[in-house]
Design a protein around this ligand. Structure first.
Ligand SMILES: Cc1cc2nc3c(=O)[nH]c(=O)nc-3n(C[C@H](O)[C@H](O)[C@H](O)COP(=O)(O)OP(=O)(O)OC[C@H]3O[C@@H](n4cnc5c(N)ncnc54)[C@H](O)[C@@H]3O)c2cc1C
Ligand code: FES
Length: 282
């Protein structure tokens, strides 16, 4: 059987808009919630999709961030940021009323189920970012939503209060045991998998691989979708900077994180190839 090309993002929905900062909150050490007035993105962005943000003046290349929450009524979108280098440092210092350029929505997001069931959302660190938006959409469809949130320590956990109300269950895990159970998200995963119809995960790529393998062995009937990270230049398929090894019907195919991803079915990712790829992200 020949390898079919994997579906690509719809660039026709992306808009380039000037977004005004209407909220800038520090949530933890180097962790910030940035809220921007960006009516077009607020109307269009689906869970798991991302925006490329550019500060002017600022670095030449835009930086990719998942939509964390959207409020189409107010015309606002929020991003949960971890300060990493120059771009995120500047975003974290953005003053109320100042502007950035927002290109989006970009990428392929999470698949929303067609029938009601139970979804487990698994986050590692700043990988919590896309889940408020995803949880809201799932809850609105009548889905039962469980939330497993892991971080290095309690002050780095995404606040439960920023998740939509109505979660069936939430569990926290920290490396140092300062909040919730001590360990990694995969330590808490087995006891939450019972009855799950699907699993969504976002975090460092090795965590995603571990989650995918564990669900594959303990609850193989539950599809797993993962939001992959790769260094991005353009965000729309031109620079080829975000190439990642993918699988289509088990055959290796080259892919672009920004077009076929960032959200992929776990079985579409060539995890060993991804591990071998040079990376400055982990
Ligand atoms: C689809 C996607 C969604 C993301 N969502 C979030 C989010 O919601 N919150 C968050 O804190 N971070 C997120 N990231 C990571 C974030 O984009 C990087 O931390 C950020 O680009 C670093 O920029 P910098 O200028 O601070 O660092 P620098 O090191 O100065 O960046 C240098 C270059 O490398 C690229 N780069 C560096 N680190 C990363 C990285 N981890 N991922 C992708 N490109 C990188 C930048 O785009 C830039 O071109 C996401 C990454 C991707 C691919
Ligand atoms: S970021 Fe340029 S091709 Fe994907």
């Amino acid at each position: 059987m020949s390898a079919a090309p994997l579906p690509e993002s719809d660039l026709g929905r992306a808009r380039d808009e000037v977004a005004t900062c209407v909220g800038a909150d520090q949530l933890g050490p180097g962790l910030h919630l940035l809220t921007l007035e960006a009516p077009e993105a607020a109307r269009a962005a689906l869970p798991g999709e991302f925006a490329q943000l550019q500060m002017v003046p600022g670095p030449l290349l835009r930086r990719p961030f998942s939509f964390s929450s959207v409020d189409p009524g107010r015309g606002t979108v929020s991003f949960y940021l971890r300060v990493y280098g120059e771009g995120t440092r500047r975003l974290a210092r953005l003053a109320l009323g100042s502007t950035v350029r927002l290109l989006g929505p970009l990428g392929r997001g999470f698949t929303l189920p067609e029938s009601r069931g139970s979804s487990l959302l698994v986050a590692g660190g700043v990988g919590a970012a896309p889940f408020p938006h995803l949880a809201s959409r799932l809850l609105a469809k009548g889905e039962r939503v469980l939330w497993l949130n892991g971080a290095a320590s309690s002050d780095e956990l995404f606040p439960l209060g920023l998740m939509p109300s109505g979660l069936a269950r939430s569990a926290q895990v920290t490396d140092d045991g300062s909040s919730g159970r001590q360990g990694m998200v995969t330590d808490a995963l087995p006891e939450l998998l019972d009855g799950m119809d699907r699993v969504y995960a976002c975090g460092p790529n090795p965590m995603l691989q571990a989650v995918a393998e564990m669900v594959g062995s303990l609850r193989p009937e539950a599809p797993v979708e993962v939001s992959i990270e790769a260094p991005m230049g353009c965000g729309f398929g031109t620079c080829l900077g975000c190439s990642i090894p993918l699988l289509s019907r088990g055959t290796a195919v080259p892919g672009l994180c920004c077009r076929q991803g960032p959200v992929l079915v776990a079985g579409q990712v060539d995890w060993e190839g991804l591990r071998r790829q040079p990376s400055h992200l982990e």
